[in-house]
Design a protein around this ligand. Structure first.
Ligand SMILES: [Zn+2]
Length: 574
């Protein structure tokens, strides 16, 4: 009797669509930095309704029960700094490298709208169940609404165009696709803030750029416009994110009420007073440690993709980086020379060291840090760059709990939504990950995802991605060019058949391929240039030029037949 009276019964009888019970699991309480062993978590209609130990449940038929024994439950991760108007590829920032002769900005934007779903799926699949777009456009705000009820989509929080003190020439006159709105007068700035409200912006973003060589003078000159935008946003209950990478602009923005600094300070080592200011104001800071270096690596032609990146990121985007210095070797040569100069190397080294020191000081001072990548910028891929960012934050001395906090609840805090999502607590959004290894032991374990739970519905990783035939063909081509055998084999079916056209079977099975293709890791100059591609249903036909075997390229045609999301047959004709 005594025992029975201790057992509490919850009857959940509402007609909900997403009941899930995760039993006897280690729950990461990111707010109190505690691992709660042997807990049960129940989600219903997209929300967490119970986090407890030892309760009994009467659940409706059809409830999914996950045995969490020996597993860990963490809140889904948040990338607090992304841009859907940028692909991560070479053509995405014409203000940095102008290749619009080869691919117009219109083409890039059309491609980006067409691939937003793919990027979202890759985020979810990687366990990143919330993304904060800190600089979009009216066109992307409208598209965001179309993903609201898509089961695979992470939570998307987005601002409209950045309010800025300076607009790069190439971004002028883009209409609804414009990511920028120039701040000219205080009145105009207040109007710009109000214009975003009917489009349901989630917050306001300011690009606080100083072009004056006297940074302090320039920063103070632009301050009234920045302050007006912050004031108007706050009057409308909108939080304000600010890009301010100099110490002076960051300080003035925070003093004026900025809620969220989307980068760290890059130009000088911050003072204790600066740290105290952020702590006192509860300003959230997203350090974005890798984006700057990634530009340097891509444009300097020494970006190295990991196997994980080649598998996780959008392959069409990655291809543009791998094909560099194409399409214009003359333009590329200038960048490569510049990036290799001793001044540039010294500058980069200095900035890296400042960023590292500053993040250490911010963490030690108790400032709220949110993990974010600035994905979409050249070389910083959507979804996959997150794990590179975490490594960089770890290198700055952040421990596992600090990283978990930064990657979950602090993302929500950045835009003032910590009561709605970001931790595993009652009444919060049921976006969670079941991990098969302890996330506190190693950040590599954050990738050991058994289940991604989005709005209370569980998915097996892999099932969230829906790679097109083109993407699969490109994925193996990228890995070939990156000389990565494992990544090369990944998109092939286990029982793949390779033919000499039309019907001479050359080999069958992935293991045979593994042996036959060892050369891709051992042939230094190996590079397969795509000359032409035809996509016809589930068939991709590539005309290729393969360099690396002697002086002249080998010309070949490869036909890839895709079935059930894998490359099932290949026909070669030389
Ligand atoms: Zn950004």
């Amino acid at each position: 009797m005594r025992l029975l009276s201790l057992i509490f019964f919850i009857a959940i009888v509402q007609a909900g669509f997403a009941q899930i019970l995760i039993k006897n699991i280690n729950v990461a309480d990111v707010e109190n930095k505690k691992m709660l062993a042997g807990y049960n978590v129940v989600a219903l209609d997209g929300k967490i309704v119970s986090v407890d130990k030892g309760k009994q449940y009467k659940l409706p038929e059809g409830t999914e029960v996950i045995d969490g024994s020996g597993k860990w439950l963490v809140p889904g991760f948040t990338d607090a700094h992304v841009h859907f108007f940028q692909s991560g590829g070479l053509y995405t920032r014409p203000d940095v490298i102008d290749l619009r002769r080869y691919r117009s900005h219109d083409t890039e934007l059309t491609w980006l709208h067409g691939n937003m779903e793919d990027f979202l799926r890759r985020y979810s699949n990687s366990g990143i169940t919330s993304v904060i777009d800190v600089g979009a456009s009216y066109a992307f705000l409208a598209q965001r609404d179309s993903f609201l009820n898509k089961p695979y989509a992470p939570l998307i929080r987005m601002t409209g165009p950045l309010l800025t003190t300076w607009v790069p020439e190439v971004y002028k006159n883009l209409g609804k696709e414009s990511p920028f709105e120039e701040m000219l007068t205080e009145e105009g700035v207040r109007k710009s803030v109000n214009d975003q409200i009917p489009a349901h912006t989630d917050f306001i973003k300011i690009w606080y750029i100083v072009t004056d060589p006297d940074k302090e003078k320039g920063a103070r000159k632009n301050l009234p416009l920045v302050a007006a935008a912050i004031d108007e946003a706050h009057k409308n209950n909108l939080r304000v994110a600010v890009h301010a990478t100099e110490r002076i602009t960051a300080q003035l923005a925070v003093e004026a009420g900025a809620d969220f600094l989307v980068h760290g300070v890059w130009d000088e080592v911050i003072s204790d007073e600066f740290v105290q200011l952020l702590k006192k104001k509860k300003t959230v800071l997203c350090p974005t440690m890798v984006v700057r270096d990634n530009y340097g690596k891509v444009l300097g032609d020494h970006y190295h993709f990991t196997t994980d990146e080649l598998a996780m990121a959008n392959s069409v985007t990655i291809a543009t980086v791998l094909d560099y210095p194409q399409p214009d070797t003359a333009i590329a040569a200038r960048y490569i020379k510049n990036m290799a100069s001793p001044q540039q190397a010294a500058q980069q080294k200095m900035t890296d060291s400042i960023m590292l020191t500053n993040l250490k000081k911010l963490v030690a001072g108790g400032v709220i840090i949110a993990s974010g990548t600035d994905a979409g910028n050249i070389g910083t891929q959507h979804a996959s760059s997150y794990f590179e960012e975490l490594k960089a934050m770890q290198d700055a001395g952040m421990n596992a709990w600090q990283l978990l906090e930064a990657s979950t609840i602090n993302g929500a805090k950045a835009i003032g939504q910590e009561n709605e999502w970001g931790s595993i607590s009652k009444n919060k959004l049921a976006n969670m990950l079941v991990l098969s290894a302890n996330p506190l032991d190693d950040i590599g374990n954050w990738r050991k995802i058994d289940r991604v739970i989005i709005k209370g519905i569980s998915y097996i990783p892999g099932s969230l991605i829906n790679s097109s035939p083109e993407m699969l063909a490109q994925q193996q081509l990228n890995a070939y060019n990156a000389h990565d055998l494992e990544a090369f084999l990944a998109p092939y079916a286990d029982d793949v058949e390779i033919y000499f056209f039309p019907d001479k079977l050359q080999m069958k099975g992935k293991e045979k391929m593994r042996n036959a293709y060892q050369f891709i890791t051992k042939t230094p100059g190996l590079y397969c240039r795509l000359v032409n591609r035809i996509i016809e249903g589930n068939m991709v036909i590539d005309q290729e030029e393969v360099w690396g075997f002697g002086k002249e390229p080998v010309h070949a045609i490869a036909m890839y037949l895709i079935q059930e999301g894998k490359i099932k047959k290949v026909y070669f004709k030389q």
